[in-house]
Design a protein around this ligand. Structure first.
Ligand code: PEP
Length: 252
């Protein structure tokens, strides 16, 4: 039986100024006021805040992640941020392949795979996102799309020590809509089978599989209670400490 420690990760997207550190301090205070968490807690602020938030969180249970990284080594690539720079700024993790990157920047599975390899090289835990769009769901292609993204986005060297997978149906992100618990269970069971088929029993069963898409304090316990859901990737509800802490409550 595999013992997977859950993760609740917050993706701040393009939100947050230096003053937003108050939310991080409030989150740390809320976490320290309770018994030790039964889950890992990660916040991915914009690049501009990674170093400052990393210092603030240094002796707390909160880890800091980047929202993306370049697949390239440092050099002449204007506007890009190397994985090694994130690690140097204090991040311990990075999100790659978020649907907003896939859509807004036309990132392909191949790109995501290369970014994951760069993140491994920098020693970052890599949260690789997959998920179907609404038209793909409507034509019954969810499992094929997710399996295709898993096949293309995860490097062969992925394992549970360097990779976490986040299933985020694109139509559920920021919309207040979520799949049913049964639908989430179906996708996560399929992802697990696919990972076991590719990486073998031990490695495949070790990957933590997060659900993301309109997770809120009110629905977290139900979604986190689904078989093979090992935590959440949270957007909007991670911006306020009180909401994010309410989601972490699913693991108290
Ligand atoms: C996300 O963008 O990763 C996300 C899950 O957003 P939200 O929780 O706001 O739907």
């Amino acid at each position: 039986m595999t013992n997977r420690r859950p993760i609740v990760a917050g993706n701040w997207k393009m939100n947050g100024l230096r003053g937003s550190k108050a939310e991080i301090e409030a989150l740390i205070a809320a976490l320290s006021a309770r018994p030790a968490n039964a889950c890992d807690v990660v916040i991915a602020p914009p690049f501009t805040l990674v170093a400052d938030f990393s210092s603030t969180c240094a002796s707390s249970p909160v880890e800091i992640a980047g929202q993306d990284c370049s697949a390239l080594a440092p050099g002449a690539h204007t506007g890009d941020v190397a994985a090694s720079m994130l690690a140097d700024a204090g991040a311990t993790a990075v999100i790659v392949g978020h649907s907003e990157r896939r859509q807004d920047h036309r990132e392909t599975d191949e790109d995501v795979n290369a970014k994951a390899l760069a993140a491994y090289e920098a020693g970052l835990t890599t949260i690789i996102c997959v998920g179907e769009t609404e038209p793909e769901r409507d034509r019954g292609a969810t499992l094929d799309v997710v399996n295709g993204q898993l096949a293309g986005s995860l490097p062969d060297s992925a394992d549970s020590s360097n990779t976490v997978v986040a299933y985020e149906p694109v139509w559920a992100i920021g919309t207040g809509r979520t799949p049913t618990a049964d639908d989430v269970a179906k996708v996560h069971a399929t992802m697990r089978e696919t990972l076991v088929a590719r990486f073998g029993d031990e490695v495949g069963n070790g990957f933590r599989l997060l659900y993301g898409g309109s997770v809120k304090p009110a629905n977290a316990a139900e979604l986190m209670g689904v078989a093979d859901v090992d935590g959440a990737l949270v957007g909007g509800a991670s911006l306020k400490a009180v909401d994010f802490d309410g989601i972490i409550d699913a693991y108290r």
